[in-house]
Design a protein around this ligand. Structure first.
Ligand SMILES: [Zn+2]
Length: 151
């Protein structure tokens, strides 16, 4: 029986390998739906009619267009990398792995200006040491994003 790891203990090497192996899908379109009720910038949800990305436009304006674009890429990664599958939902550290993979995928697929904006966002004093669930702290995310983009 496995032992629960602390949050953020996901191996960066494993994340890099998985994110690199995920081939971009050709005709892959997941709709983005405005969601003013969402208590976050954006969220990926698999509905009964398929996956969607809910986006809180007001929160996007607060963090800026480039950070918002990075976060939207992160949410699309959750869909592309099948993070709703049982592997990620039942594996003891699966949620943290999914968040790390989504950050890495976004780091590699977003525009450089968006990646740099996200790094600055996560390194900001308000987020640097703030632990946000399975995402880890802002500094952990910034480090992961920079490693994945080779910054
Ligand atoms: Zn996520």
């Amino acid at each position: 029986m496995g032992r629960a790891c602390s949050r953020g203990a996901v191996s960066l090497a494993a994340v890099l390998t998985i994110a690199a192996a995920a081939a971009p899908a050709g005709a892959y379109v997941v709709p983005e739906i405005p969601a003013p009720w969402l208590d976050d910038i954006a969220a990926a949800v698999v509905t009964t009619t398929g996956p969607v990305i809910y986006v809180n436009v007001a929160r996007c304006k607060e963090v800026g267009a480039d950070v918002c674009a990075f976060v939207r890429q992160h949410e699309h990664a959750h869909i592309r990398l099948n993070h709703a599958s049982s592997f990620y939902t039942s594996y003891v550290n699966g949620r943290a792995l999914a968040e790390a993979e989504a950050d890495c995928w976004a780091a590699r697929n977003a525009l450089l200006i968006q990646v740099k904006a996200a790094v600055a966002h996560f390194e900001s004093p308000a987020l640097a040491t703030l632990e946000v669930g399975d995402h880890g702290t802002g500094l952990q995310r910034a480090k992961r994003i920079k490693a994945c983009r080779k910054l």
